[in-house]
Design a protein around this ligand. Structure first.
Ligand code: NAP
Length: 251
């Protein structure tokens, strides 16, 4: 799979969950496309690996450790970026967790942790960035939803609620920001080969492939290419949409 070629020179991008998986590849691809990338997650060591990958390829990036569910930390990342770079052009709300279990056995904390990280985290970053983007009359907010936010999946009531919530939040926010030149879209990945899915084990992954019309898992670059497109000038008139990257799972 090759990378999409877009020119994001001079753009400032924040990517959450950039320490591994999809977020890391999105950050690397944004950097390769010319954007200055602010890489956010909790694990500083792994974030630095992402930053090194970007800088070794000739790009510009910095790492900031931050828990996306903590309002003060999020606002400090966004305000700091605005102060340092004078602009925030692209926000990729990608940080996410799963705590899968059937609802009768679901603990309060399983529900709260997933909603707080996946939905509140995206809200906090989108709110903080949109304040600057609307004044600048330009911006791209890209929220990482999931096929589980489009169709049900047993054992994922918390995760599905968070991911469907992102779709609803994005649609409403897109209506608020469209006339200010800011677009808000979701990407809904299907089954993508990352650390998140590796823990499921070979038997579950083999069974899952049978439900994917493409009969294979997607790669982080499949998702990153959509991020590049939605972040580019070519996608200026697309807002409030959800783009599934799922090998046909939701077809
Ligand atoms: P992953 O490998 O588990 O990576 C998740 C990322 O989120 C990590 O960088 C993690 O970094 C960060 N993160 C988690 N909690 C955080 C918090 N409280 N504050 C800051 N960062 C946090 O997951 P992935 O597979 O790349 O998935 C990325 C996104 O795509 C998620 O939103 C996921 O729901 C979505 N998605 C994935 C798939 C898939 O098949 N892989 C399918 C559909 C949707 P730290 O641990 O360092 O904080």
């Amino acid at each position: 799979m090759s990378s999409l070629s877009v020119d994001l020179s001079g753009k400032i991008a924040i990517v959450t969950g950039a320490s591994q998986g999809i977020g890391r590849v999105c950050a690397v691809e944004l950097g390769r496309s010319g954007a200055t990338v602010i890489c956010v997650a909790r694990n500083a060591e792994k974030l630095n690996e992402t930053v090194n990958e970007i800088t070794e390829a000739g790009g510009t990036a910095e790492a900031i450790s931050c828990d996306v569910s903590d309002r003060e930390s999020v606002e400090s990342v966004v305000d700091g970026a605005k102060e340092k770079y004078d602009n925030i052009d692209i926000l990729v709300n990608n940080a996410g967790i799963t705590r899968d279990t059937l609802m009768p056995a679901m603990e309060d904390d399983d529900w709260d942790a997933v909603i707080t990280t996946n939905l509140r985290g995206a809200f906090l970053f989108a709110r903080a960035c949109s304040r600057y983007m609307m004044r600048a009359r330009t911006g791209r907010i890209i929220n990482m939803s999931s096929v589980s936010g489009i169709k049900g999946n047993a054992g994922q009531t918390n995760y599905s609620a968070s991911k469907a919530g992102l779709i609803g939040m994005s649609k409403s926010l897109s209506c608020e920001l469209a006339r200010r030149g800011v677009t808000v879209n979701c990407i809904a990945p299907g089954f993508i080969e990352t650390e998140m899915t590796a823990v499921l084990g070979e038997a579950i992954i083999d069974a899952a492939k049978q439900n994917i019309p493409a009969r294979k898992l997607g790669q982080p670059i499949d998702v990153a290419n959509c991020v590049l497109f939605l972040a580019s000038d070519a996608a200026a008139y697309i807002t409030g949409q959800t783009l599934a990257v799922d090998g046909g799972m939701t077809a």
